[in-house]
Design a protein around this ligand. Structure first.
Ligand SMILES: Cc1cc2nc3c(=O)[nH]c(=O)nc-3n(C[C@H](O)[C@H](O)[C@H](O)COP(=O)(O)OP(=O)(O)OC[C@H]3O[C@@H](n4cnc5c(N)ncnc54)[C@H](O)[C@@H]3O)c2cc1C
Length: 319
């Protein structure tokens, strides 16, 4: 039998959609993907999610969100969706674990994944000093020198976190100005373990079995330099996880899904929430808000589906 609603992804958007659809008695099923909690679960320092004045770790926050959704009947499966067919209704999904599902409505909350540098050595040394998650791997670099690549919020936030372990954290940024919030900039500038390497990009990452050197190039002068480090943490942005929907849903050149102001995609009953479509705000609270909006639209869609059959008139469904 077709599920009322399947939510794809377990970041703040998916978990909030699960809470709201569960409280609407829709008995939602959430397919969590391989990374429970999504990107926010990669950080130890969430200081800007309302309701936690002392801050909270990402894994704790997402575990609490899960518990809250489960309390109202949301069901969770640890599985990654590998194929979807949105051309007929109910929609069909296949997963990496070999499960097949049918769904009357879908919330796509597949979020985003970290961009790679794309330089020699990066792939070979991933897990051997190259990391995209300070929370997961910072501990291994106690007393060692590490580099953080990037100049945005994540780079500074994670760089500051790494100062708990590393003897020195070199923040390598392609410009001479940071994009990060000023509170993070201030903290980083005041932290004596942080050293900024401005106007520089990574040319390659070296190491025999484990990272021991970064080769850098100055973007203005072309001058080359070496930075001896044991770890490299890459925070240079993200790309949306929307490959799965190529050819079935509209998306922009970067792959962000196209939705209307009520998060409807062009296919009635298919909604998107969070960083799968939001390329502007990229914050957990915003993703959670989008999850709530999508869930409320699912509720209206399913109510109208019962009376009208498919395809539901989008205008009516949205009101
Ligand atoms: C290091 C770091 C620190 C951050 N710090 C903060 C912070 O302090 N405050 C803040 O507000 N924001 C922070 N952010 C941003 C915040 O994490 C994101 O804005 C938010 O997680 C986006 O939520 P989302 O639900 O849209 O997607 P994501 O969190 O990206 O979650 C996507 C989910 O979809 C799943 N998925 C993907 N493809 C599939 C598939 N095919 N099948 C099934 N599941 C799939 C993934 O496994 C994952 O569970 C940080 C981000 C990073 C990387």
């Amino acid at each position: 039998m077709a599920e009322n609603v399947i939510i794809i992804g377990s970041g703040p958007a998916g978990l909030t959609a699960a809470l709201y659809t569960a409280r609407a008695n829709l008995n939602p099923l959430l397919l969590s993907g391989n990374e429970f909690g999504g990107q926010i679960a990669l950080t130890n320092e969430v200081e800007n999610y309302p309701g936690f004045p002392e801050g909270i770790t990402g894994p704790e926050l997402t575990e609490l969100m899960k518990q809250q959704a489960e309390k109202f009947g949301a069901r969770f499966e640890t599985d990654h969706v590998s194929r979807v067919d949105l051309q007929k209704h109910p929609f069909t999904l296949e997963t990496e674990n070999g499960a097949h599902y049918e769904a009357k409505s879908l919330v796509i909350a597949t979020g985003a994944s970290p961009r790679r540098l794309g330089v020699p050595g990066e792939m070979e040394l991933t897990g051997r000093g190259v990391s995209y998650c300070a929370t997961c791997d910072g501990f291994f670099f106690r007393g060692k020198q590490v580099a953080v690549i990037g100049g945005g919020d994540s780079a500074l936030q994670e760089g500051l976190f790494l100062t708990r372990f590393a003897s020195q954290v070199h923040i390598v940024h392609r410009r001479s100005e940071l994009r990060a919030q000023s509170v993070l900039q201030e903290r980083a500038r005041e932290n004596e373990k942080i050293n900024f390497v401005w106007d520089s990009v990574v040319q390659d990452i070296r190491g025999n079995g484990a990272v021991n050197m970064l080769n850098l190039v100055n973007v203005h002068t072309g001058a080359k330099s070496e930075l001896p480090v044991s770890g490299v943490f890459v925070y240079i942005g993200h790309y949306p996880n929307t490959e799965l929907f190529k050819g079935q849903l509209d998306m922009d050149d970067e792959g962000y899904l196209t939705v209307d102001e009520r998060l409807h995609t062009k296919i009635p009953g298919v909604f998107a929430a969070g960083e799968a479509h939001d390329h502007i705000f990229k914050q957990a609270i915003v993703a959670a808000g989008f999850g709530c909006m999508a869930a409320m639209e699912v509720e209206k869609f399913l109510a109208n589906l019962e009376f009208q059959g498919y395809p539901v008139n989008i205008t009516n469904a949205a009101r």
